[in-house]
Design a protein around this ligand. Structure first.
Ligand code: ADP
Ligand code: MG
Ligand code: MG
Length: 946
């Protein structure tokens, strides 16, 4: 690369707005994307590398910004500099801009820092008018070529710069083609056709733009430059930047490039190619070209292009050169390049190079291959993979060919990635029934609730009409790794007729019909599309990248798993512990729900009765010792439990005893599957009404039955009513529940510790950690711990051996963050429950907000992001405070996160900064989290290095 600028030209403008290239040297280079845009930087870099580029120059993004700042006038001196730069190009090419004897034509191309599909198109052949056209024809001896170039120019300039609608040109063009017979192409147009078209196009311009087509090349250039600038704030470009979170003040550069002609005959052509296959990553040139055509023809699909490999036969020399250039550019940029080229009468010109977009599979293969080739190191390979790509690789996908051909039924939110195929069922019970018959099903619901879990668990995928990306359906689907399309608002789901209809496509399906759901895109199709499966075990390259990531990351990756199968799977994905094992799922399945309900119905009565029994026993014992009793104690001693009370205790204890046995079995399974690794088990968290039938349903049932309603149903109704809360999420749940009904804490503690004993005796290494949810005041933790320690002592005594376990708490109430130091004195670990912490800090009910105003909030940018998906900065600050306070009281305090955020890459970056020890996420997100944690660590390193 030359270190001196190639020209000594003085600049008229106060700033340097123009960077030229040509003659093997460029004033700019590849590192100047901010100023020159991606295209300009690439052209400069290629020129410096000695590659054949047509000479030209870039007007900087700064010029664009200054243009707008000055109220849409070119900065002083810029135009003079443009003319001087054109003059330089004239000298290099020996042509003259507007010179009829040997006309210089240019393309005017936009080029922002980030490639933006919403930006302005390119104007080719600028500089043509009747005179220069005559010169071009005389010089090339090719009248057809000249007129073809001219009609293209008017068409493009008219559309892009003068704002004429594209169809206005298409109509006459199509008519001319049709005249040659149906299906005729643009190469069938004769010189006379083209001449007539030019006249027609000019008339269209006069009509629609209200002016004659500009003939002065300088005016054409001036207008084209301003049109590129203007396109920066065009609607499409604005929308694109907003959606991609690209800053609006970057501005676009303008590239003015000497035209080279791919449409000069059969020894000319134009094409696009990738240096490796962007679908598979295979190291072969991949692309297409057209003989005798200009740039836009390839992408416009006017003719069917040929495979790039075919060029080896058609133009061997040009092909060999192109291949060598591709290799050179790859080595230079150390990445796969997406190239645009034109061949003019056998001579190759490079028009663009940029990093190639690629599929997830290709990204991984290319990164691993390039490490093997010594092009990049493993850190770079890890940095290059996007977390979302890892996620994609672990999901089944639809066969791409079949998918392309399929007709979409509806589209919703891509809530949990992957492809699901099954027969539609409309209730969880139906799902279970159908699956028991050997069918595969997709569960279709208006929205899901915890009651639908058993159906979701057996379905291939889930489709809902309502609910956001963190609705129940979405969250559970991600947790259990099922594809889910949520919030498909166009879908009208009718439970009565067991059918659904799209209000947009008009298509419908009924129970038993096959549907295909793409959770990666949000698409829903009728019929069963073929899928290709993606197993982690079958992806050695992905495993390699993640192994590299493991060497880099500081954060441990744990998983949220409730069952041994989930635990085993997560372990296979590289999980280093369980950060959240929810016991309530264990309460819900099958026969257990009945047992739990039986216990709940008498829980309050039995708990009260037990208290009286205990008080009486204490008073009696005191009296037996001859100690004088207080008034209250005398009352307590006089109490005899009624038969009802004794029955309640018996019923309750029997049910709880059964539960304890079942839960111990569950815990044994999980502790064994995670032998040697920590398993955080959370004691019961949700309000009890979640295990009972819905109040309205029960009311309807009892009312309908009238006099024949059973006592049981009436009692159930009474219990449900007595437990009703206005705000259950802020009500009797979490540790509050355990303090009101201590037996929940007791049986769970026993089940966990006895399970540990059993697993240990089986020769494994169980590492349980007991976690108390929803602590806001330190006394809640102290009181719960007292209950728990008493049970632990009893279990240890009975087992006759020590049991290793840790005791800790969730931090999910803002108050707990403020007193985290007090709490840490009684807890060995913290786990942030960021779902509740977000809900309670914002004061949003998550279940209501997500399907409702929150979507609009994000859309209207009232909030930058859905805080239930990506950790809000204030929540992160609360966490930081809690970590600092907690560690000040207990330096070795272990801290993790087990909310949904634990699997979100952006949130993982924040967790790294906060200094957590681990993040815990659903099994399917473990690989993604491994990568994201490594990237977060590298970002941290880079930050510290500064
Ligand atoms: P985009 O950003 O849409 O890719 P480009 O500015 O790269 O737009 O232009 C599109 C196509 O137009 C190029 O791929 C190339 O084929 C053609 N083109 C652009 N400039 C020239 C030129 N100076 N000579 C010949 N063809 C050109
Ligand atoms: Mg291009
Ligand atoms: Mg919680």
């Amino acid at each position: 690369m030359p270190d001196a600028a190639p020209t000594t030209r003085a600049h008229a403008a106060a700033k340097r707005y123009i960077y030229a290239w040509g003659d093997g040297r460029a004033e700019g280079n590849g590192s100047m994307k901010d100023l020159l845009g991606g295209k300009g930087a690439g052209l400069a870099e290629m020129t410096n590398a000695g590659l054949p580029t047509p000479p030209g120059f870039t007007i900087t993004t700064e010029a664009c910004n200054d243009y707008f700042e000055a109220g849409k006038t070119l900065p002083a001196g810029l135009w003079e500099d443009v003319l001087a730069a054109v003059e330089d190009v004239e000298k290099q090419t020996g042509k003259g801009f507007g010179d009829p004897r040997n006309p210089l034509l240019v393309s005017v191309r936009s080029g922002a820092k980030f490639s933006m599909p919403g930006m302005m198109d390119t104007v080719l052949n600028l500089g043509l008018n009747e005179e220069t056209l005559a010169g071009l024809v005389a010089l090339t001896g090719n009248e057809r070529f000249g007129w073809d170039a001219y009609r293209r120019f008017i068409q493009m300039f008219g559309r892009i710069v003068l704002g004429v609608h594209a169809e206005r040109f298409d109509e006459p063009l199509e008519a001319r083609k049709e005249a040659h017979g149906h299906g005729a192409g643009d190469t069938d147009l004769t010189v006379d056709d083209l001449k007539a078209l030019v006249a027609e196009f000019k008339a269209v311009v006069r009509e629609d733009a209200g002016r004659d087509f500009p003939t002065d090349p300088a005016e054409q250039l001036d207008l084209a430059i301003k049109a590129v600038f203007a396109s920066w704030f065009g609607k499409r470009a604005n929308d694109y930047r907003t959606s991609q979170k690209i800053a609006h003040d970057l501005g676009t550069a303008v590239n003015v490039v000497t035209m080279v002609f791919g449409n000069m005959g059969d020894d000319s052509g134009t094409g696009v190619a990738f240096t490796r296959d962007p679908n598979t990553g295979e190291s072969v040139l991949y692309g297409e070209y057209l003989v005798n055509a200009q740039g836009e023809d390839v992408v416009a699909g006017i003719r069917t292009p040929a495979q790039i490999s075919h060029l080896a036969q058609e133009m061997p020399a040009a092909y060999a050169e192109f291949q060598a250039i591709g290799r050179q550019l790859e080595r230079h940029y150390k990445d796969v390049q997406d190239l645009e080229f034109t061949i003019e009468r056998g001579k190759l010109y490079m028009l663009q190079t940029r990093s190639a977009k690629r599929t997830a599979a290709a990204a991984v293969k290319i990164a691993v291959d390039m490490v093997g080739e010594g092009l990049i190191d493993s850190r770079e390979a890890v940095a290059r993979i996007e977390p979302a790509q890892v996620d994609q690789l672990l999901r089944d996908q639809f066969d791409p060919v079949a998918r392309k051909a399929a007709i979409r039924l509806a589209r919703g939110l891509n809530a949990s990635p992957g492809a699901a195929v099954g027969r539609a069922v409309f209730s969880a019970d139906d799902a279970v029934e159908w699956v028991a018959r050997g069918e595969t099903v997709v569960l279709v619901r208006v929205e899901t609730s915890p009651d639908d879990f058993h159906g979701m668990a057996v379905a291939q995928g889930i489709l809902t009409a309502r609910g956001g990306a963190t609705s129940h359906a979405a969250v559970v689907a991600r947790q259990i790794g099922k594809p889910c399309v949520a919030g498909c608002a166009e879908l009208v789901v009718d439970y009565g007729s067991k059918s659904a209809r799209s209000t947009i496509s008009g298509s419908s399906f009924a129970e038993g019909d096959w549907i295909s759901v793409d959770g990666s895109t949000g698409d829903v199709f009728l019929d069963a599309l073929p899928t290709v499966s993606a197993r982690f075990e079958d992806q050695p390259e992905l495993q390699k990248v993640l192994a590299w990531a493991d060497e880099i990351r500081r954060l441990q990756i744990w998983t949220n798993a409730d069952k041994p199968e989930e635990a085993a799977q997560a372990r296979g994905y590289g999980a280093q512990g369980i950060g959240l094992c929810r016991t309530e799922h264990m309460f819900r399945e099958g026969e257990r729900l009945e047992i739990v309900r039986g216990a709940i119905l008498v829980a309050n009565e039995a708990t009260r009765a037990k208290l009286r029994r205990d008080n009486k026993a204490a008073a009696d014992a005191k009296a037996a010792l001859g100690v004088e009793l207080s008034a209250e104690e005398r009352t307590a001693a006089g109490v005899e439990l009624s038969d009802d009370e004794l029955a309640a205790i018996a019923t309750f204890d029997a049910a709880m005893g059964k539960l304890e046995v079942l839960q111990q079995g569950d815990f044994e399974g999980i502790l064994a599957a995670m032998s040697g690794l920590p398993v955080v088990i959370r004691l019961i968290d949700p309000p009890l009404h979640e295990f009972l039938p819905n109040l309205e349903e029960q009311l309807v049932k009892v009312t309908r039955a009238g006099d024949s309603a059973t006592d049981e149903d009436k009692e159930l109704l009474a219990t449900i009513k007595s437990m009703h809360e206005q705000n259950p999420m802020l009500g009797l749940r979490g540790c509050r529940l355990g303090l009101m009904i201590p037996d929940f804490v007791k049986i769970q503690t026993r089940a966990i510790l006895n399970a540990a004993v059993a697993v240990k005796r089986a020769g494994k290494d169980p590492r349980p950690e007991i976690m108390i949810p929803l602590v806001g005041h330190v006394n809640e933790l102290i009181a719960t711990r007292a209950l728990l320690d008493a049970e632990a002592e009893a279990v240890v005594a009975a087992a006759g051996e020590a049991i290793d376990f840790k005791f800790g708490t969730m931090i999910e109430i803002p108050r707990a963050c403020w007193v985290a130091d007090e709490i840490a004195r009684h807890a060995e670990f913290f786990s942030f429950g960021t779902n509740d912490l977000t809900q309670m800090t914002f004061g949003y009910s998550r279940d209501d907000a997500e399907g409702g105003f929150l979507l609009k909030y994000v859309e209207d940018r009232i909030l930058p992001e859905n805080p239930f998906q990506t950790l809000d900065d204030v929540i992160a600050a609360e966490m930081q405070m809690a970590v600092d306070k907690g560690r000040s009281a207990r330096p070795k305090l272990k801290v993790g996160i087990c909310g949904e955020h634990g699997g979100d890459p952006a949130s993982i970056h924040k967790c790294e900064k906060i200094g957590l020890d681990y993040v815990s996420c659903s099994p399917f997100r473990v690989p993604v989290a491994r990568l994201a944690a490594a990237q977060a660590a590298m970002a941290g390193d880079a930050f510290r290095d500064k």
